[in-house]
Design a binder for this molecule. Structure first.
Ligand SMILES: *[C@@H]1O[C@H](CO)[C@@H](O)[C@H](O)[C@H]1NC(C)=O
Length: 542
């Protein structure tokens, strides 16, 4: 019976899903005139709007060889491999292990004034990601900005988005802050979100990354419309925008008599009179005794009595002839031969060189630090939000795994506009995914295939209530007293007037379904429970 219900439920889920699938049609988002940039990659080829970089990478400019690493990675506008919205296309990074760079000018430059900046786009690691980035750069507007030459050295105001190598999962938010004293731009990094980012790189699904910057210097970072990190450009970046007020004095030097020894040998300690520095580390074991049967008089080797002086031996030239040595046969069965020496043991009287014990140095002055003076590089910038204006968006990426799909890139200054774009793009996809989502059962099954321990959980959560339910509804009477009539219903032995035999057709209908069948017992006049199992366990075997 539960099996039947499950099967029916599955059937309903699958048919509902396949019905809705045929109704899904992609509606490309309308053109948002007020956005600084809005790209859904649905209208025609990249040419005209996007510019492929012709640049060489920094340091590789001087290579003689024309084929030296350039941004030769291929970009394509195409549909995702697993499509939920037929017709919806994105920008795909195609070449594993190569450098890619592509950029597009904003419709109009973004100036950091009194409106927020909202940047959002979708990334889908269609093949997962071993090592590689999927961040965007918002390039600083300037006279020199030439997208044909977009490279890793092109000045940007903001870098934002996911990046991963090995087990290091990152979501960058870096901005370049102009030091008002030096005029130089310095990178400021937001601290890592306290959020496990692994799944966004591994689940192969599209995710929406959003950065919101406000004129009050606060920022928010969202993934799939949930805030994963927020903070302030003044408080939460490293290194901090505002330098420390004081700095070590470079002209200060450590005094020669500065005592920075934390511990010293105790000067008052004296070597004890009985301390013998000469006592050896090891001595012959005084308790050892020569084993009986040790033949101290017998050498281990003796001259070979059978050996003869060679014929051509000349004592004048070769010296006196000596027979070669052979193992002494007397030692063959003896425990040992030759001089016996006791084994060495560690000397209990050994002390080694005497050293005075260490004590805390009473004159310890601590680690020396130069004195602090007012930091000559100190400045206050109350408005780090006011960055260099944005002129273009750029993707300058290397990835070990290809197939990274980008979609629905938006840069704007209006929250309502961003919400509309999200509704038109991201949420359209979400509702399509929801409609296509496999039934609950299918999802539970596929989850268990990935994490087999879930089976145990399923069996427990599903099985326990069923067992409880059955045992409450039909208390097992198998353990009733055997002198009662219903006892025989559980046994194989044929019983006189067995109602099952007279109800042959009923029996065959229910066989195999494992369903309890209530039977009217003619002899005892009560309803007893039995199962249609053709071989119930007789009680006597228990
Ligand atoms: C941009 O750079 C390319 C390649 O160096 C050059 O051919 C082109 O003239 C430049 N464009 C402008 C507007 O400077």
């Amino acid at each position: 019976m539960p099996g039947l219900i499950l099967a029916l439920f599955l059937l309903v889920c699958v048919s509902a899903a396949s019905q809705e699938k045929s109704q899904i049609v992609y509606r490309p988002p309308e053109v948002l005139e007020d956005a600084h940039f809005a790209e859904s990659f649905d209208s025609g080829p990249l040419e005209g709007r996007w510019v492929l970089s012709q640049a060489t990478r920094e340091g590789e400019e001087e290579e003689e060889d024309d084929t030296a690493v350039k941004y030769d990675g291929i970009w394509a506008v195409e549909e995702p491999v697993e499509q939920v919205l037929p017709g919806n296309r994105g920008l795909v990074l195609k070449s594993a292990g190569r450098h890619h760079a592509i950029s597009a000018p904003l419709l109009r430059a973004f100036h950091f004034l009194d409106q927020p900046l909202i940047v959002q786009y979708e990334v889908q690691f269609q093949q997962g990601m071993d090592c590689g980035g999927a961040y965007i750069k918002l390039l600083s507007q300037s006279e020199q900005l030439n997208l044909t030459r977009f490279s890793d050295t092109t000045p940007y105001s903001i870098m934002f988005g996911p990046d991963k190598c090995g087990e290091d999962h990152k979501l960058h938010f870096i901005f370049r802050h102009r030091n008002p004293l030096t005029g130089r731009y310095e990178e400021r990094h937001a601290r890592r979100p306290d959020w496990d980012l692994r799944e966004y790189f591994t689940d192969r699904r599209a995710h929406l990354y959003t950065l919101r910057l406000y004129p009050d210097n606060s920022f928010e970072i969202l993934i799939d419309q949930s805030v994963v990190s927020k903070g302030s450009l003044l408080e939460d970046m490293t290194p901090p925008v505002t330098p420390p007020r004081e700095a070590p004095d470079p002209s200060d030097t450590k005094p020669t008599d500065w005592d920075d020894r934390q511990r010293i040998p105790d000067p008052s300690a004296i070597k004890p009179a009985d301390w013998d520095e000469e006592a050896p580390r090891q001595i012959p074991d005084p308790a050892a005794q020569k084993p009986p049967g040790w033949l101290e008089q017998e050498p281990d080797f003796i001259p070979d009595t059978l050996a003869q002086r060679p014929q051509d031996w000349d004592e004048q030239i070769d010296g006196e002839w000596e027979a070669p040595l052979v193992p002494n046969p007397a030692c063959k069965d003896a425990i040992g031969c030759g001089p016996w020496t006791p084994p060495m043991i560690s000397n209990p009287a050994y002390k080694g060189k005497w050293k005075p014990p260490m004590i805390d140095n009473p004159n310890y002055q601590g680690q020396w630090q130069p004195r602090l003076i007012p930091n000559p590089g100190y400045f206050e910038d109350p408005h780090p939000f006011r960055m260099a204006p944005l002129g273009a968006v750029g993707l300058e990426l290397w990835a070990q795994t290809a197939g990274v799909l980008f979609d629905n890139l938006l840069v704007c200054a209006d929250m309502r506009l961003a919400r509309r774009w999200t509704r038109l793009t991201w949420e359209q996809r979400l509702s399509a995914e929801r409609a296509l989502a496999p039934g609950v059962l299918v999802r539970l099954l596929s989850a268990a295939i990935q994490r087999p321990w879930l089976w145990g959980l399923y069996v427990f959560t599903v099985g326990l209530p069923i067992i409880l339910f059955i045992s409450f509804m039909w208390p097992d009477k198998r353990f009733g007293p055997p002198d009662q009539e219903y006892y025989y219903k559980k046994s194989d032995e044929p019983q006189p007037d067995d109602p099952l035999d007279s109800l042959g057709s009923h029996r065959s209908r229910t066989q195999g379904a494992g369903e309890p069948v209530g039977l009217w017992d003619e002899t005892s006049g009560m309803t007893s429970k039995t199962t249609s199992d053709p071989k119930p366990e007789p009680r006597s075997r228990k």
